[in-house]
Design a protein around this ligand. Structure first.
Ligand code: ATP
Length: 231
């Protein structure tokens, strides 16, 4: 199970199958080609002719256009205000990123996800109305640090700054204990939502089930409580 995919699920509603990606740098290209590979209709956009030509020859999106997203009329003409989700993947050009995000919100786009490359950039994007801001370098750095210090945590999905869903190996101390014995809710304030055996996850496992070292378990709760687990 890959919990990081939950990030994506939150943005893929039944009516929400078209995406526009503005900026075809490394990040934008990765977003485009992944969505395209998953079968979604993607429009890629860049001001740079070379980036557009490259994207077309690499076939990373169904449609690729050359336009300047700081121009509201160019966005309107390309029909970008009609998209439910637009990803602003312009990390290194602050003014262009902020102006584009503002244009999209003013043009009525419901879900604008923007990439930040600094704390100030992040704050500005939120101020102009970005619905979600991603800061890949920071998120990746945090995730690397966590995986180095807590190798038994396999996946982590941050619900908000204080709460997460984590997939972890059953700690040695829990080996052979039943779910009722462990009483995770009372002792740790955590809810066990699944146990992974072989290739399958059992959702809402029964209290009399015994956990074994090497199996995976998925819990939801506060980061403070998750950190109290004996891992
Ligand atoms: P990296 O490539 O290192 O991942 P990044 O994803 O942050 O970095 P940038 O270097 O910010 O990418 O470049 C993003 C792309 O956005 C570039 O290809 C650039 O040509 C494009 N771009 C910049 N300004 C505009 C604009 N006004 N309209 C459309 N595209 C733009």
């Amino acid at each position: 199970m890959n919990l990081s995919s939950l990030n994506l699920f939150s943005n893929l509603q039944a009516t929400n199958k078209q995406f526009a990606v503005i900026g075809l740098g490394r990040f934008g290209k990765a977003v485009c080609s992944t969505l395209h590979g998953l079968g979604y209709e993607v429009l890629g956009v860049d001001t740079d002719e070379k980036k557009v030509t490259q994207a077309l020859s690499d076939r990373i999106a169904a449609h690729v256009l050359q336009l300047d997203s700081t121009e509201p009329s160019a966005l309107a003409e390309a029909g970008i205000f009609e998209f439910d989700t637009v990803i602003v993947a312009i990390g290194n050009y602050l003014a262009e990123s902020i102006t584009t995000t503002l244009n999209l919100k003013e043009g009525g786009v419901t879900n604008v996800i923007a990439k930040a490359s600094s704390e100030t950039h992040l704050k500005l994007l939120k101020k102009v109305g970005a619905d979600r801001v991603v800061f890949p370098e920071r998120e990746m750095g945090c995730s690397l640090a966590r995986s180095l210090t807590k190798p038994s945590i396999l996946e982590r999905f941050d619900l908000d700054p204080d709460h997460s869903i984590v997939e972890l190996f059953v700690p040695e101390k829990f080996d052979g204990k039943t779910i009722a014995d462990l009483d995770l809710r009372r002792r740790y304030g955590l809810t066990l939502i699944a146990v992974g055996r072989a290739d399958k996850f059992e959702i809402n496992p029964q209290p009399n089930e015994r956990l074994r070292k090497g199996e995976a378990m998925v819990v939801i709760g506060s980061n403070k409580d998750i950190n109290r687990l004996p891992i």
